[in-house]
Design a protein around this ligand. Structure first.
Ligand code: PEP
Length: 261
């Protein structure tokens, strides 16, 4: 499960259905050579057109959130089953913007994970500390709590398809990127916590992505580290050129080496 890198775009509240289609049509020829898993988390309203546009490519389409409820009287909510019905195959869960701007609780995140699995969606769980937590040396305590609470009652069978993204809140949308050392230290800690929860064998297979101001310039440095199984990309996933340059990070590295000689 950890052989190929994951490159995941998160469009947040950007792009109409038509813009999504145009993006994917433009992206498709540029990602043909890539051996990475390439995923795009799009707005609910662009799911259908994105799934259709991505047919015949290796690109996987998913949502940025799902409801923690089963279908019923929840005005304005979108269930995991509805997302799956569009042909989408994954969903982000617990993104820091959901946790902080929309006050998503760890109980809700746990329910959302259960709903995602029940509907056949692969969840990508986001965890990460705020700047205040980092400055108070509470990064590990925060990550351990977020993982334990999110995964309460989740079985070994379910967790086998889980993706985790470590996204320090202070690095999201700020232009501040964690150094490779900072990211890998927390990745190792996540793996250690997953071993406590699900055993060493599972932990060794657990894909852990990094997110926070990743772009075409810093992606290669992060992705070449064996502890970093992929990247979750916000801003830089919004244009075909910047997203495809991250997908093709190996070419960037080669270009740099060539221009240095
Ligand atoms: C994100 O949305 O998960 C993210 C990491 O955003 P950005 O790349 O813009 O920091």
């Amino acid at each position: 499960m950890r052989n190929n890198k994951y490159i995941v775009g998160n469009w947040k509240m950007n792009k109409t259905a038509v813009e999504a289609r145009q993006f994917i049509v433009g992206l498709a020829p540029k990602i043909k050579q890539s051996e990475s898993h390439i995923l795009l988390a799009v707005p609910f309203t662009a799911l259908q057109s994105s799934v259709e546009a991505a047919k015949g490519t290796s690109l996987r389409i998913g949502a940025q959130n799902v409801s923690e409820h089963s279908p019923g009287p929840y005005t304005g909510e979108v269930s995991a089953g509805m997302v799956r019905d569009t042909g989408a195959t994954f969903t982000l869960i617990g993104h820091s913007e959901r946790r902080h701007l929309f006050h998503e609780s760890s109980v809700a995140i746990n329910e959302k994970l259960k709903c995602a699995w029940a509907a056949g969606l692969q969840p990508l769980l986001c965890v990460g500390e705020t700047l205040t937590e980092k400055q108070a040396n509470k990064t590990e305590e925060t990550i351990a709590r977020q993982l334990t609470e999110a995964l309460a009652g989740i079985t070994k069978e379910q967790v086998a398809s889980l993706l985790i993204a470590y996204e320090p809140v202070w690095a999201i949308g700020t232009g501040l990127v964690a150094t490779v050392d900072q990211a890998t230290e927390v990745h190792r800690f996540c793996r250690h916590e997953m071993a406590k929860l699900y055993g060493k064998e599972h932990a060794a297979q657990q894909p852990i992505l990094y997110g926070g101001s990743v772009n075409g310039t810093n992606a290669a440095g992060l992705l070449h580290h064996k502890e970093i199984d992929g990247v979750l990309v916000g801003n830089a996933s919004l244009t075909v050129d910047s997203f495809s340059s991250i997908v093709n990070y190996q070419n960037l590295q080669l270009q740099k080496i060539a221009s240095a000689h």
